[in-house]
Design a protein around this ligand. Sequence first.
Ligand code: GLV
Length: 291
Amino acid sequence: MDLYTGSVAISREELHQRIAGKQALVCLLTDTIDAAVLDAAGPQLKIVANVAVGYNNIDVPACRARGVAVTNTPDVLTNACADFTWALILAVTRRLGEGERVVRAGKWGGWALDYMLGMELRGKQLGLVGLGRIGRAVADKAPAFGMTVAYTARTPAGLPGATHMPLDRLLATSDIVSLHCPMTPDTKHLIDQKALTKMKRSAYLINTSRGPVVDEGALAWALKERLIAGAALDVYEKEPEIHAGLMTLENVLLIPHLASATTETRTGMADLAVSNAIAVVTGQPPLTPVP
Ligand code: GLV
């Protein structure tokens, strides 16, 4: 076994060198696993086990062409990610980031009736883009906040009490638009300038999916022009870089990719990835192969 313990993502060169001759690779979403990595590993490689539910960092067809299994870590992170989505929704609509910055800067002048007003959730529509496990878990908590739920999904799966609608209508009618789709060629820049202009001026965008689903330049423009009220982002197009236009805005909450970051969930993710690797190396089927 070879364990990389660096605090930043392993370099391509080091990964190529250290993966040579191994049967299993347990990797992170910050590792790009493409044909070159698979070739560097050699024909004995049996599995690439990603410690993440999203697997857009892995060239799945290249793995399949070489008979290499690919697994991810669904289920174990659903609850943490859904809770976190609600944390972002509450934080951005109640202006917690802005409020904290004012306090820490020593600029708070005291309570005032009309100071830093936000938006209440009761009676508003939550629009979910994507209705997988995490989208559903987010929807489950909507009644607690008095929100109705609308959703888009590739295959309209029933969700009691929620309304399926096309993306355009969801964007035009939702007060919160929360992204829960995977990152694929079809969803890259799904939320672009055109999509943002369809949203209500009073609406908020939440992204806990993958950064490239949103065109960050277009979002910075829409927030600056106040075409939408605000946004809360956990993921970015080129992590850890963040579009310079977003960094100076007050109406965006910027969080460093933390949705699944609880001790319980990250332990569950690591355990599941390792169990997948052990299963495949010992001739068993993988527990959670990617679809
Ligand atoms: C985190 O972003 C994951 O996909 O698990």
